[in-house]
Design a protein around this ligand. Structure first.
Ligand code: PLP
Length: 378
């Protein structure tokens, strides 16, 4: 990093200043995509499954955002990172998961449990349920907070305390919060995972994952799982993500502000029966989010009076919002989550997940409210 690491720089500065080449005369300002599968003998890296200068630059920024003393490892996708972390569980080890969480994570853990590789207990996505599910000898507690797509908030410090007393590692999928929204490692978690595909890269043009830890042994184990599992990011993808990450704090600030505004407006729309956004004072997650998080995020979940068919109608009727899966891009997207058979049956059938981008908020509301006006109602 070409910045003085002793100066306590703000995240918006670190996102720009970290992960740069040394300021030698004539040096480039950016680390380029290093397209090389092998490196001349005698240097720090021998083969590109083990390391690559472009990843290193990206990882320096990710670690800087997650806090001092952390180490970030980038992966080919969020799921590649999640697989590498879940692989830390010994054969037959007990994992405590959530009945609602990213469908890919639940499917992976579910399949491993079915084949006998791990044991899995799923608890409701609440602090009390998760603490109650932790039993002595558990190997890992897998939290996702805020939860995709229901925006449940889990008390990371409380669950970590119970998990550590039982001897378990605590993993937090922090994709919805981002490193600017919460710092799980400071609250007691051992491992943070991100789908950097979402807000961190931020332009819906790349898949990428990140795992962040503070403990050096854990970092080494996850690194070995990456080297041997092979879920490495391509240098081009790492470079694209790094380019996106430079503007992440600006994008995040805008998207969070617009999401809070749209949540209030949705609450006032007659076609909408329920709005979830952590900024809303009456949201069940608001008080804990206000304590645990630095921002309320940019996902809004709404339920419609007209149920699933109304949700599909709204998703199909917008012209600025794109009807598509995924989230966290500059462009606003929306979808009914239960259109996917693998989504948790606990997610309301008519829940529409809105990923608020960085467009003009008045244009977003005009488009969305027009679609809501036209939605069928009972
Ligand atoms: C998208 C997502 C993932 C998976 O990430 P990929 O980059 O698609 O592999 C994991 N967790 C959450 C919360 C997500 O939203």
């Amino acid at each position: 990093m070409a910045v003085d690491p002793s100066a306590p720089l703000a995240p918006a500065t670190l996102a720009v200043a970290a992960g740069r080449p040394a300021r030698d005369p004539g040096a480039p300002v950016n680390t380029p995509p290093v397209l090389s599968s092998t490196f001349a003998a005698g240097g720090p890296v021998s083969y590109a499954r083990v390391g690559n200068p472009t990843w290193t630059a990206l990882e320096e920024v990710l670690a800087a955002l997650e806090g001092p003393g952390t180490r970030a490892l980038s992966f080919a996708s969020g799921m590649a990172g999640i697989s590498a972390v879940a692989s830390l569980v010994p054969v037959g080890g007990l994992v405590i998961g959530q009945t609602v969480a990213y469908s890919g994570t639940r499917s992976l853990l579910g399949r491993w449990a079915q084949s006998g590789r791990i044991r899995l207990v799923e608890a409701s996505p609440s602090t009390d349920a998760l603490v109650a599910a932790v039993t002595s000898g558990a190997a890992m507690v897998w939290l996702e907070t805020p939860t995709n797509p229901t925006l449940d908030v889990i008390d990371i410090a409380r669950v970590s305390e119970a998990a550590h007393a039982a001897g378990a590692l605590v993993v937090v999928d922090s994709t919805f919060a981002t490193p600017l929204g919460q710092r799980p490692l400071d609250l007691g978690a051992d491992i943070v995972v991100h789908s950097a595909t979402k807000y961190l890269a931020g332009h819906s043009d790349v898949l990428l994952g990140a795992v962040v830890v503070r403990d050096a042994d854990l970092a080494e184990q996850v690194s070995q799982n990456r080297i041997l599992g092979g879920g490495i990011p391509g240098p081009m993808e790492a470079w694209i993500a790094l380019r996106g990450l430079r503007t992440f704090p600006l994008r995040w600030e805008r998207a969070c502000a617009s999401a809070a505004e749209l949540a209030v407006r949705c609450q006032g729309h007659p076609a909408v029966t329920r709005v979830r956004h952590l900024s809303l004072p009456d949201d069940p997650g608001h008080a804990l989010a206000a304590r645990q998080m630095a921002s309320f995020g940019a996902i809004v979940s709404v339920e419609l009076a007209g149920g699933p068919s109304a949700a599909e109608a709204v998703a199909g009727a917008t012209r600025v919002w794109l009807h598509a899966t995924s989230l966290g891009g500059v462009e606003s997207t929306l979808e009914r989550r239960r259109r996917w058979p693998e989504e948790s049956p606990e997610v309301p059938d008519g829940l529409l997940r809105l990923s608020v981008g960085i467009e003009d908020v008045e244009d977003l509301w005009a488009d969305l409210s027009r679609a809501l006006d036209a939605a069928p109602r009972p």
